[in-house]
Design a protein around this ligand. Sequence first.
Ligand code: SD4
Length: 318
Amino acid sequence: MKRRNFIFDIFSVGIVSAMSTKLRAVNLNFTPMVRSISTWKTTEANQKAGQMLDKGEHALDAAVAGVAIEEENPKNTTVGYGGAPDRTGKVTLDACVMNHLGDCGSVVAVENIVNVARLAKDVMEKTPHVMLSGKGAEEFAISQGYKKTDLLTDQSKKEWEEWLKDQDYRPIINIENHDTIGMLCIDKNNNLSGACTTSGLAYKMKGRVGDSPIIGSGLFIDNKIGGAVATGLGEEVVKTVGSFLVVELMRQGLSPQEACEKAVKRIVSNNSQENKFQVAYIAMNKKGEVGSYSIEPGFTYMDYVNGKNKEVFSKSEL
Ligand code: SD4
């Protein structure tokens, strides 16, 4: 080796090692970002999850505890206790969870159990399966110590009886501005997880299941890339495997915002304008950047970051 090259090599090794010492020093001071986002004006739920993340709790625990607030809220007529029933008067719930390892759990058409996102997590952690349905899911819940609860409140019974008079079935857009809750969390270990929980569409056919408990449709997480959740007319989300699509678009280099927009446009281009319905996505990538997009205006989501929880008005196609 020539003397000049040798000196150059020694010099560059010195710079590189000084730089990596500096980088290590920077990394030691690096406080990983935590963030929680959730569909609709689910303020308390998102606050709960965000505060848990601030305390260092894992993303999945935060998401499940966050969405439980809406599951227990009788005023939310599209989630958990107080959710609108199917057309036979039965409240049936759907939920799923997915964690940073790619593990997932799901329950569909469950009656008499309030915290179905937690139940989906139990399916993931305590059974050899991914999905349990109906009676089987309910019996599993009881075996795990869940309380049996009649999910039909006096108010939702009254509204259903009113609906029975003319039985006009059409998906309602932006119901009371709080709706199915899908939540995405990133924790201090830079791990992503999510949960999605719903009573589905009001006055659906008995046995109908939407997108919310379907991994890849209602929710998808890839810890290397990001996560997405959907809300709105489940049938349309399922047709394009919506949440998976959003994550795959982020894998191709799109930002969470661009990915949500492209996935919504895919649905819009498959449908005629007369066919009015809402679908919305929220997404978060591995850097904690977020995005959202909906077909109809009026969709909002909650964003907890740097200790602040705010409602964000989503951009929409129409
Ligand atoms: C469903 N996607 O069952 C759910 C309903 C929903 O906002 O999200 N409503 O189709």
